[in-house]
Design a protein around this ligand. Structure first.
Ligand code: 3HC
Ligand code: NAI
Length: 706
């Protein structure tokens, strides 16, 4: 036996229970279908077919899941036989009934294996789905052909195009599984079903022969509708339309020809840069959550959370914490502000009730975990406090002094500051080892990103606690160092400045937004400013006016708009006009006139920019500052910058993040661009030493992710 066979044997084990062969896939952590599992499955089915004493087969996964899908780490490497579609076909061809007993995740190729089986029983905790689209792929092991034949084109397309996970009960309703069982023992559930099938002499029932596409006109209508909808929604994405093509093949072609079409389309997706970007994002967000402190220290226990401030952020954070099942104690300045804080929280749940997403009773149960006070003593027993008061050092230090006075020893004291020096906040109290930054993004109950900002004196177990809390709140955590703006806002300040310089130099804000959207962002920078409120940036600019480098270029156009009270959507106009509360703005000729006047005042002769040049400058600024942030160890690795921008700033996920994108363009090209732009403004366009070094060594950002 060679080593591969030995490993295969370990990944898949077969055991006889009377006349039933139980085949267990055991490939931690999620039973991905790597080559050893594929080989093991082939051998197990061959053995079952060859053994006259075996009357039925049960397939199941060891540990917490059935099968987590194809082994994503194998993508881009030379393929090794047997291919997963062949494994699924072999299972389906088995002459004896094969039951898939599903618990935990049955995703992607994992669900396709279950569809290759003849019968499916799911435990109540099962999560099923075809999430390949989220990795830039399509179900490539028969999923595009078997799923529509089993549950119809409309339901299959919805599953494949959304990539969402569904529970066992929904899967039963759709016809994706035959039975749902309570309990947590897939062996018992699988054996019981197999015994039933043997007793009733049930024959193998092959999904490839399913008849759910029999109504041709209805199927064609479902495919046409999905195609039209996808064309509208899948901005720039490659694989969704290929999924629709594959389902068209399921309708038009015999099964084996449909499979061949699926293979061709799958390989095209596999080769696409979008697949590489999405897979990078998948691994990067998991890697980002593994800060060194999560390995070296045990998190402190967090069973209750205090929140100081019930404004935009405090209320959003409260919702995130309440949703995770934890109690919240909110502190505000006075009774009136506290009532507003509570109302801000309730508003979120009322919105969900209005949309039918939760029942009023659910809101009541959640709000029972909320309590509020104007006295800090109410925080004496909480395990962790998040401060979200005004962005002002004196105000924050006063709050931390109170926290120092009332909180129990060992309580974690966190600040949600956007820019302020957390070392300075920590130094102002007697327990700097407990002080950390938890930088949420607005709206805090929705945005996935959480920057965990690590000051010099913080204890490792406090950092570990922050990462654990992020998991509980279902946030994507990134470790950041202390500096002005941490990772995200620091880099944003630089590419925001690049956008403003282009505006003053001749591009309209509308062209810049359009070009940035063309790259894949949902909104351009001026739309974002209008949405967030121009007053926020204005306040920051005024605060920094005294410390600004007088040599550095300062574009005054945003100040001119703010002086007129044009803060964006909330005031009805900003860069765009929002008549009658409109949420989508229209270009404003008066803004263009103001920009023209500012160009004249600054002595700028306007030039034209192509959309391509706008994007090139915007990204060069982002990537260069991203490199500085890594170089100065504010971010641990380039992948941390990627995760920050994908989850907090709308960077198109399919491009992996700015640093991954830079690698795909070529760092030499990015550096050459920066050097070219530096001829106009050497103070702004200073190549990052890290970028220069990587180019000199012929290396890329990915080499620093290892
Ligand atoms: N291949 C390889 N590694 C995988 C994997 C996969 N399919 N799925 C998860 N992993 C790894 C993760 O990278 C992580 O590794 P690490 O510990 O070294 O960081 C580890 O398994 C645990 O993953 P999670 O932290 O995500 O574990 P959870 O318990 O939170 O979630 C899960 C489990 C729901 C299975 C989740 O991991 C997941 O969603 N995985 C991806 C599922 C998927 O997209 N499958 C489709 C793959 S494409 C496909 O099947 C193509 C086919 O059609 C041909
Ligand atoms: P906000 O103005 O909406 O809310 C601040 C709240 O703090 C107010 O309700 C105020 O009454 C309360 N408050 C002020 N002083 C207090 C005190 N001494 N004790 C108790 N409560 C007090 O401000 P917002 O937007 O919620 O910002 C809060 C913090 O979050 C700031 O540090 C900000 O930089 C940061 N932040 C803001 C983001 C945003 O997009 N708004 C994003 C990320 C961080």
């Amino acid at each position: 036996m060679n080593t591969a066979e030995a490993a295969g044997a370990a990944a898949v084990a077969s055991a006889r229970h009377d006349d039933i062969l139980v085949v267990t896939i055991d490939n931690p952590p999620v039973n991905a279908l790597g080559v050893d599992v594929r080989r093991g499955l082939m051998e197990a089915i061959e053995a079952a077919d060859a053994d006259p004493a075996v009357k039925a087969v049960v397939l199941l996964g060891a540990g917490r899941n059935f099968l987590g899908g194809a082994d994503i780490r194998e993508f881009g490497k030379p393929p090794q036989a047997p291919a997963l579609p062949d494994v699924c076909n072999r299972i389906e061809a088995c002459s004896k009934p094969v039951v898939a007993a599903i618990h935990g995740a049955a995703l992607g190729g994992g669900l396709e294996v279950a569809l290759g089986a003849h019968y499916r029983v799911a435990l109540a905790n099962a999560r099923l789905g075809l999430p390949e689209v989220l990795l830039g792929l399509l179900p490539g092991a028969g999923g595009t052909q078997r799923t529509p034949r089993l549950i119809g084109a409309a339901a299959a397309l919805e599953l494949m195009l959304s990539g969402r996970h569904i529970g066992a009960r929904e899967a039963l309703k759709l016809g994706l599984v035959d039975k749902v069982e309570e309990g947590d023992d897939p062996v018992a559930a699988g054996l019981a079903y197999a015994r039933e099938l043997i007793a009733s002499n049930a024959a193998p029932r092959r999904t490839s022969e399913g008849t759910a596409l029999a109504d041709r006109p209805a199927t064609q209508a479902a495919i046409d509708a999905a195609r039209a909808d996808t064309g509208k929604k899948a901005r720039g994405l490659f694989s969704p339309l290929k999924i629709v093509d594959a389902v068209q093949g399921a309708l038009d072609l015999p099964f084996l020809e449909g499979l061949a079409l699926e293979r061709t389309l799958f390989l095209a997706c596999l080769d696409s840069p979008q697949r590489a970007g999405l897979v990078h994002a998948f691994f990067a967000e998991r890697e980002a959550a593994k800060a060194p402190e999560t390995r070296s220290a045990q998190p402190r226990e967090v069973n209750s959370v205090g929140i100081v401030g019930g404004g935009t952020m405090g209320a959003g954070i409260a919702v995130a914490v309440l949703d995770a099942g934890l109690p919240v104690v909110m502190i505000e300045r006075d009774e009136e502000a506290l009532a507003r804080g509570r109302a801000n929280v309730e508003k979120v749940y009322d919105g969900l009730i209005a949309k039918g997403r939760i029942k009023p009773e659910a809101k009541e149960a959640i709000m029972n975990r909320w309590s509020g006070s104007t006295a800090y003593d109410a925080l004496s027993q909480v395990d962790l406090v998040i401060e979200a008061v005004f962005e002002d050092m004196a105000v924050k230090q006063a709050v931390f002094k109170e926290l120092d006075r009332v909180c129990k020893p060992g309580a974690v004291l966190a600040t949600n500051t956007s820019y302020l020096d957390i070392d300075q906040i920590a130094a102002s109290i007697t327990r700097p080892q407990d002080v950390i930054g938890l930088h949420f993004f607005s709206p805090a109950n929705i945005m996935k990103l959480l920057e965990i900002v690590v000051p010099a004196k913080v204890a490792a177990d406090v950092v570990a606690t922050a990462f654990e809390l992020a998991k509980k709140l279902k946030k994507t955590a990134v470790r950041a160092g202390v500096c002005d703006g941490f990772i995200g806002n620091r880099v944003l300040a630089v590419y925001g400045q690049a956008a403003q310089m282009m505006m003053e130099d001749g591009a309209s804000p509308y062209q810049i937004d359009k070009a940035v959207r063309g790259f894949g962002y949902p909104m351009g920078p001026f739309q974002v400013s209008d949405l967030a409120g121009g007053d926020i940036g204005w306040a920051t600019r005024k605060r920094r006016a005294a410390t600004r480098d007088p040599q550095a270029r300062y574009v005054q156009i945003p100040d001119r708009l703010c002086e007129r009270g044009w803060f964006g959507q909330k005031t009805g106009r900003g860069y765009y006009l929002y008549p009658d509360g409109a949420r989508v703005g229209t270009p404003d000729p008066e803004v263009e006139a103001i920009i023209d006047a500012e160009r004249r005042r600054a002595g700028v002769t306007p030039k034209t920019f192509t959309d391509e040049e706008i994007v090139r400058r915007y990204l060069a600024a982002m990537i260069n500052e991203g490199a500085n942030v890594v170089d100065q160890k504010i971010a641990l690795r380039p992948l941390d910058v990627d995760v920050t921008f994908v989850h907090g700033y709308g960077f198109p996920r399919y491009r992996g993040g700015p640093m991954h994108y830079a690698d795909t363009v070529g760092l030499d090209k990015i550096l050459a661009d920066i050097q070219e732009f530096a001829k106009e403004d050497p103070l702004f366009w200073k190549p990052s030493p890290l970028l220069v070094d990587l180019v000199a060594r012929g290396a890329n950002f990915a080499s620093l992710n290892k």
